[in-house]
Design a protein around this ligand. Structure first.
Ligand code: UD1
Length: 320
């Protein structure tokens, strides 16, 4: 059985990756400090090691005998990364370097890395493909780009193989209901909408209504987490059979506005949300959509969830 260590496997995307790996017959170990990941999202079929990626000895120990690593252990709040860059340098950069170095030390040669559309910065053209200039405009995005570059160098210098997956906006939950622990404290749009829908939050603020888009609100490429998880499995298969190292976008290519997300949510939950329209949030591009042609070509990856209401329904199900 192929052994995979999933760093951050108790987290939102990580738990979905663990499910997909188990479903595909991998032997999975989860390495997570449970800082944002949740115990309720651990699978009994996977071994659990409670550890921090900043603890090199423990990490190196967990790495022994693994065939591949999926690394999703990171901090991901864009605003926080601008206010506290040292925290992001420590967790995302030093922590990731620990993973890469623990791999080299233990002869683990394959890694799938959780990267982000934030590596691109302000779009110069749309949809964004992998040839787009890499000019992150927030420190979070910079940490992801930095690790991609380390991996590129390690792949040149050593018997080391990687796939960096640049997620666009991850949304939704496992439709079979295996993952019950919703993400806590997320500053992303859909979790905030869910908080407004359930009364955990008084209202939802829409950041900007004067963008040059079809209804004035920002357009994003929302990609279901189960589709993202599937890409990790395909990326591991690709690397294990000797495929080349690269960076790939993961998105649907479809853009949805904030107002459209709100309307779709209201339809799914059957009631109106309390919405306040406020000014723009700094650093928000008007439109972000992905070309995932390369992921399709290299991995045969095609997203299945393309209906936004269906995606929202899988999130709303956790609130029932
Ligand atoms: C950002 C990052 C993305 C990262 C993600 C993780 C960039 C360009 N994108 O995505 O790479 O993976 O965070 O956290 O850095 N919105 C509101 N009200 C709210 C919250 C959001 O109107 O209360 C709007 C935003 O203006 C945006 C959309 O909803 O247009 C999505 O926002 P969000 O979920 O925060 O994700 P991004 O900023 O697109």
């Amino acid at each position: 059985m192929v052994k995979v260590l999933v760093a951050g496997g108790a987290g939102y995307i990580g738990s979905h990756v663990v499910k997909a790996l188990l479903k595909n017959g991998y032997e999975v170990s989860v390495y997570d400090n449970l800082s944002t990941g949740r115990e309720i999202n651990l699978f009994s079929q996977a071994k659990f090691i409670k550890g921090d990626i900043l603890d090199f000895e423990k990490l190196s120990d967990a790495m022994k005998g693994q065939d591949a690593v999926v690394h999703l252990a990171a901090k991901k709040a864009v605003g926080e990364s601008m206010e506290n860059p040292a925290l992001y340098a420590q967790n995302n950069m030093i922590g990731s370097l620990n993973i890469l170095n623990a791999m080299l030390k233990n002869n683990v040669r394959h890694i799938v890395f959780s990267s982000s559309a934030a590596v691109y910065g302000m779009p110069e053209y749309l949809p964004i493909d992998e040839k787009h200039p890499l000019k992150p405009i927030n420190f979070y995005g910079y940490t992801k780009l930095d690790i991609e570059r380390y991996m590129e160098w390690y792949a040149k210098l050593k018997d080391f193989h990687y796939m960096a997956l640049r997620y666009f906006n991850a949304v939704g939950y496992d439709a079979e209901g295996s993952i019950r622990g919703r993400e806590i404290g997320s500053q992303n749009l859909l979790p905030i909408i869910m908080d407004a829908a359930t009364g955990r939050r008084e209202k939802l603020c829409v950041f900007g209504t004067d963008y040059d888009t079809r209804d004035g609100t920002c357009v994003r490429d929302y990609i279901h987490v189960t589709d993202l998880a599937k890409a990790h499995v395909l990326a591991i298969e690709h690397l294990l059979k000797g495929g080349v190292s690269d960076s790939l976008n993961l998105g649907t290519g479809q853009g949805t506005t904030v107002k459209e997300i709100i309307a779709a949510t209201e339809k799914v939950i059957g009631k109106k949300l309390k919405v306040e329209y406020v000014g723009r949030r700094s650093g928000d591009p008007a439109v972000l959509t992905a070309s995932s042609a390369k992921a399709k070509e290299m991995l045969g990856w095609v997203p299945k969830y393309t209906n936004i209401e269906e995606i929202i329904r899988t999130t709303w199900a956790l609130e029932q």
